[in-house]
Design a protein around this ligand. Structure first.
Ligand code: ZN
Length: 409
């Protein structure tokens, strides 16, 4: 299957300038088209691509941008437009393609066949040269800090908030290690197959306090805790921001605190991501059950709506909770990681309706309200006392078998 490896690159000052110049020009072209489409112009990929010649005539600096990158801009916009049309057709929230903001790096997509790896350096072409006139920027030499995958397909150059540059390599994991080089053995050893129980089934309840609580066909529970440090990090971030906002804008201290803020925020994001990767890898790669079942998250209403006459305490509670759901939880990316990792390890992922699974007692099926702070399920009817997430995982397990077959996703 297709996977992606993101590798940090080191570039010279001048090469960084070239990257910045090209991404700014690509973004300009993209935004110019978004503006035209917003004004009611019809989108046609072929015609748009043909208009590049005119655009170059209007802005000769476009000639200094590598042509394949400019072509990619049209495909990217086409992707955004097609997604927009699909959403309109499906009656979802339409969401017209947006302008790309100036403070964000516009990702540059290089098709692989024009790229060249020399040792640990990747050559990223720039525009101009030969028949195309003088080159304003020399080809970029990107020093890779890790080994790139074999036979990669395309490469995207990007920058993070702190100004580090990266190359993301798309590759097929089936094509790896075909060459007779020393590194082959090491790779194969690393990807040892774990024993699988073909009839094994594990269901997971996904939550905020406990990232995933599992229950399997042998009656065993799994508890996978999530990223713990978001409270500490949020406190730090709030403190830094409030300090910064007291300074004069663009002053030395202001800029310094902005940098610190970015660094801490990045660290938090990285830790959180890493945690989700590890948890999904554990479920997809390490556990022996071949089938993994989770609840359908689209049914869940986690975000709190603003009340008409809320007290300051309620307001604070809503803010904390919504920040948790939107910024810190990362459940949606967790499910996506789980989906591709299951595919990769040859497991099946099922998604079942999870309505009322936290409210229902798994023994007598009685329902009762369960506010989020109640961590233990106590059934007044049959006397069941159980962790709320465990109860929910058992409910999902029983629901998975109760639903009409065939049991496929
Ligand atoms: Zn009960």
């Amino acid at each position: 299957m297709l996977l992606c490896k993101k590798i940090k690159i080191e570039v010279s000052q001048q090469d960084a300038e070239a990257l910045e110049f090209m991404q700014a020009k690509c973004r300009g072209l993209y935004n110019w088209w978004v503006m035209r489409l917003r004004n009611g112009e019809r989108w046609n990929l072929k015609r748009a691509k043909k208009s590049l010649r005119e655009s170059k005539h209007y802005d000769p600096e476009l000639r200094c941008v590598y042509g394949k990158l400019l072509a990619e801009v049209y495909y990217r916009l086409d992707g955004a437009m097609q997604a927009f049309f699909r959403r309109v057709k499906a009656g979802e929230k339409a969401g017209f393609p947006r302008f790309k903001p100036r403070h964000q790096f516009f990702t540059l997509c290089y098709p692989a066949m024009y790229l060249e790896v020399q040792g640990n350096a990747l050559i990223l072409p720039t525009g101009g040269g030969g028949n195309w006139g003088p080159k304003r920027y020399q080809n970029i030499v990107a020093h890779l800090t890790e080994e790139p995958p074999d036979h990669f397909h395309e490469v995207a150059a990007s920058r993070d908030a702190r100004g580090n540059y990266y190359c993301s390599f798309v590759y097929d994991d089936a094509e790896q290690g075909k060459d007779d080089t020393g590194k082959t053995d090491k790779r194969q050893k690393k990807r040892k197959q774990r024993p699988l129980r073909a009839d094994g089934i594990v269901t997971f309840d996904l939550g905020i306090k406990m990232l995933a609580t599992g229950y399997n066909d042998q009656g065993r529970f799994y508890h996978i805790g999530g990223f713990k440090g978001y409270r500490w990090h949020n406190k730090q971030l709030d403190k830094i921001r409030s300090k910064r906002d007291k300074c004069k804008k663009k002053s030395r201290r202001y800029l310094h605190l902005s940098r610190v803020y970015k660094r801490v925020a990045e660290k938090k994001r990285r830790k959180q991501r890493d945690c989700l990767h590890k948890a999904s890898h554990l479920i997809a790669g390490t556990l022996a059950e071949r089938a993994v079942v989770i609840g359908d998250l689209s049914q869940r209403q986690m975000v709190m709506k603003k009340q008409e006459d809320e007290t300051p305490k309620e307001r604070r509670k809503r803010q904390i909770r919504n920040r948790l759901v939107y910024n810190d939880w990362g459940l949606y990316s967790f499910v996506q990681m789980l989906a591709y990792k299951c595919l990769r390890f040859g497991k099946e992922l099922f998604i079942v309706n999870e309505r009322d699974t936290t409210k229902m007692c798994h023994v007598c099926k009685r329902k009762k309200n369960m506010p989020l702070w109640q961590r233990t399920y106590r059934c007044e009817n049959c006397g069941l006392v159980m962790d709320r997430d465990e109860n929910s995982a058992v409910n999902i397990y029983e629901r998975f078998f109760a639903r009409p077959g065939p049991h496929t996703s």
